[in-house]
Design a protein around this ligand. Structure first.
Ligand SMILES: [Cu+2]
Length: 180
C-alpha cells in the first residue's frame, strides 16, 4: 500500500491534539488534587463543646470590639437557629475582621449585598475581612441547611458612621445592635 501523505499528516495532527487534551486534563487533575490534599495555610480550631464557657467566643467576648489600631473585630456564633449577637453593629469605612464559629452543626454566614460568604464549621474558626463603604442594614441569612428551623435563621448587620461608632465604643467594650 502506498503511503498517503495526507493521511499521515492527519494522524500526526490527531496525535498532537489528543496529546494536548491529555496534558490539559492532567494539569487540571493535578491542580485540583494537589490543592485538595494540601492543608490550608491557616487553620484555627476551637472546642465547640466549651465555646460558651471560656475563651474567645465566651458570651462577654461576642459582638464588635474596637482594636487599638482603629480596626474592628467582630466575634459571633451560629447555633440552631440563630446568630449571637443577632444584630451586629459595625462602623463604615473601617477594616473589619469577622471571626465566627458554630456551636453545634454546620451553618452558613452570608452578608447580603457583599462578597462575605463563610461556612461556620463546628470546631473551626472562620475569619473574614471586609469593609463597608456606607451606613445601612444588611440581612445575614444562614445559607447552609442546618435543620428544621433553618429558614428562620437570619441575623442582621447594621453599619453606622465611624464617628457614631467611636462615640458608642468609648464606654462599652463590646458592641451590638441587639434590642435597638
Ligand atoms: Cu443555620
Amino acid at each position: 500500500m502506498s503511503a498517503d501523505p495526507a493521511a499521515g499528516a492527519e494522524r500526526r495532527w490527531a496525535a498532537i491534539s489528543i496529546g494536548i487534551i491529555v496534558l490539559l486534563i492532567a494539569l487540571a487533575a493535578f491542580g485540583g488534587i494537589h490543592q485538595a490534599v494540601m492543608p490550608q495555610a491557616v487553620v484555627e480550631t476551637i472546642d465547640a463543646t466549651t465555646l460558651h464557657i471560656a475563651g474567645e467566643f465566651a458570651e462577654g467576648n461576642l459582638g464588635t470590639a474596637l482594636e487599638p489600631d482603629g480596626s474592628v473585630t467582630v466575634r459571633a456564633i451560629g447555633q440552631q437557629y440563630s446568630f449571637t449577637p443577632q444584630c451586629i453593629l459595625v462602623p463604615a469605612d473601617t477594616p473589619i475582621t469577622l471571626r465566627a464559629t458554630s456551636a453545634d452543626v454546620l451553618h452558613g454566614l452570608m452578608i447580603e449585598r457583599t462578597n462575605v460568604n463563610a461556612m461556620l464549621v463546628p470546631g473551626y474558626i472562620s475569619s473574614v475581612t471586609t469593609r463597608f463603604s456606607a451606613p445601612g442594614d444588611h440581612a445575614v441569612p444562614c445559607h447552609e441547611f442546618c435543620g428544621i428551623g433553618h429558614e428562620g435563621m437570619w441575623g442582621r448587620i447594621k453599619v453606622i458612621s465611624r464617628e457614631e461608632f467611636l462615640k458608642l465604643a468609648t464606654d462599652r467594650r463590646r458592641l451590638s445592635c441587639v434590642a435597638q
